[in-house]
Design a protein around this ligand. Structure first.
Ligand SMILES: C[S@@+](CC[C@H](N)C(=O)[O-])C[C@H]1O[C@@H](n2cnc3c(N)ncnc32)[C@H](O)[C@@H]1O
Length: 482
């Protein structure tokens, strides 16, 4: 529950959204349980838009609303105690409310109400306050029932609303037992064995050499020139084992000379997220900064109000990263920019890496001859690891014993002009016959045409960095236009 504001203080767009949310909520209660799921999804999307709209509003003024919850009946003394702890910690660390507001992103008015104990902190407020190291807040300080607290626990993970990995694994199982078709890349990393196979690819020496040549140090310097001396909220979409992301964070912290950085790792794969969190926490323990893991789906970003709400007046900048060529694996990159990144604000930064084309997109023969995946010039060790990764779901979830061959094919029909696709197709043979699936799709781009296409989606190039040697890649830093 959020605290009530005077109706006249709420902009009409938010009033309209509130009305629609209330209507959907009401309609949902009349539906049988099995029909409630799509409405629940719709509700989360609407709430995400509401949070995004409040975020935009907050750039013009300050709204304490998303940081405060009503205090439940009979709980007043617990929250007054928590408010006193917050005030004592703030004063002990020599922070004024204004400075704490700047460091945490929680508006001063909300801090005051929390310290007075007249409101309970929302989940977002706790997340933001825990990321201010000077407060030295521990899980045991939080206003929860003592009996539920394990002193060894830290608030380090958030399960995104509506996220259902078990359902996704069931869907994957149904897909691999179907007649063929396309398996969206989000399903590839879900289970533990897929995650282990992905880590084996990331550690393979040729793959590792290409990734390690990414000039993240120069890129960090460019990011810092853009953000100046402000705090950074880095939202890593699909970090996998987070080697690239953590290396970038380390560069940012070392070069910035301060530790005002919050790293949010958002991944669909629970096993990979654990690997990423552990790695990030170990490194950040030496360099400072705060890390949070979020298990969720980056296609549902507009539902995750906590990530979208980051008031600009708190002097923080948001940096979204999508590394490891994940951008070029998306089913439709432009629709992703348009729909999934919609909640981000003008001035937010986006960092993506992608492969460049080996020949112009309208010369298929030249592409087939030059592109190492299509011409069969990749190292056999790397090919074997990819085959193991991509064939795995058919072997694990297929209802019949099967043979799987992974065959690369060229696709010329891509959304971004000048790009072509390499479609890795699984040919699955079993007693029932042969079926074919598109299991991994990666694009290669013409950098100029890609930049133009991204500009049309509202993202302007800030800088670009080439790397990769004989596997030419580009690291692009973009900024959302106002
Ligand atoms: C190609 S790997 C990239 C890993 C890492 N960023 C790197 O630089 O090596 C793609 C990552 O995106 C994650 N992923 C794929 N689809 C996702 C989705 N819909 N939502 C969140 N994470 C997703 C996968 O679990 C995996 O960790």
């Amino acid at each position: 529950m959020t605290p009530s504001l005077d109706k006249d203080e709420i902009p009409w767009e938010q009033q309209a959204l509130n009305l629609v949310i209330a209507t959907v909520q009401e309609a949902m209660q009349e539906k049988p349980a099995e029909q409630q799921q799509p409405l629940q999804m719709a509700l989360m999307t609407l709430r995400g838009f509401l949070a995004a709209s409040r975020s935009n509003e907050d750039e013009r003024g300050s709204s304490p609303e998303p940081f405060l919850d009503e205090i439940p009946p009979n709980e007043l003394s617990r929250f007054q105690h928590w408010g006193a702890i917050l005030r004592t910690r703030r004063e002990a660390s020599g922070l004024s409310r204004k400075l704490l507001s700047e460091l945490s992103g929680v508006p001063e008015a909300a801090l005051q109400r929390l310290e007075e104990g007249t409101y309970a902190p929302s989940q977002m407020a706790l997340l933001h306050l825990l990321s201010v190291p000077q407060l030295k807040l521990e899980t045991s300080d939080l206003p929860w029932e003592t009996s539920t607290i394990d002193p060894n626990l830290a608030l380090n993970c958030w399960l995104a609303p509506g996220f259902d990995p078990v359902k996704m694994v069931k869907e994957l199982s149904m897909q691999v037992n179907g007649n063929g078709g396309h398996i969206e890349q989000s399903y590839l990393y879900m289970d533990h064995m897929s995650a282990a196979h992905w880590c084996a690819i990331a550690e393979q020496k040729d793959y590792d050499a290409m990734q390690s040549s990414m000039p993240l140090d120069r890129c960090a310097a460019r990011i810092l020139r853009y953000v100046g001396n402000t705090g950074i909220d880095m939202i890593a979409l699909g970090p996998g084992s987070a080697r690239n992301e953590v290396w970038l964070v380390k560069q940012l912290l070392v070069q910035a000379g301060h530790a005002d950085l919050r790293l949010y790792l958002l991944d669909i794969s629970q096993p990979l997220l654990s690997v990423a969190y552990r790695h990030a926490a170990e490194v950040l323990a030496d360099y400072g900064g705060a890390v949070f893991a979020i298990q969720g789906n980056f296609h549902h970003l507009p539902r995750y109000g906590q990530l979208l709400y980051s008031p600009r007046r708190a002097h923080r900048r948001r940096l979204i990263t999508m590394l490891g060529h994940t951008f070029s694996n998306l089913e439709n990159e432009l629709r992703f920019m348009r729909n999934s990144l919609v909640g981000f604000a003008a001035g937010d930064l986006l960092l993506i890496d992608c492969r460049m084309g080996y020949a112009p997109a309208d010369r298929p023969d030249e592409i087939m001859a030059k592109d190492p995946t299509l011409s069969g010039r990749r190292s056999s060790d790397l090919v074997n690891r990819w085959d193991e990764f991509l064939a795995g779901p058919f072997r694990r979830y297929g209802s019949e014993k099967c043979e799987v061959d992974i065959v690369p094919t060229l696709d010329m029909s891509c959304a971004i002009p000048g790009s072509y696709g390499v479609d890795l197709r699984a040919v699955v043979r079993s007693a029932a016959g042969e079926r074919e699936f598109s299991v991994y799709y990666g694009r290669r781009y013409d950098p100029t045409l890609l930049i133009q296409a991204l500009r049309r989606e509202g993202w302007d190039l800030v800088d670009q960095f080439n790397y990769g040697g004989s596997s030419p890649c580009d690291l692009m830093l973009l900024r959302k236009r106002g």
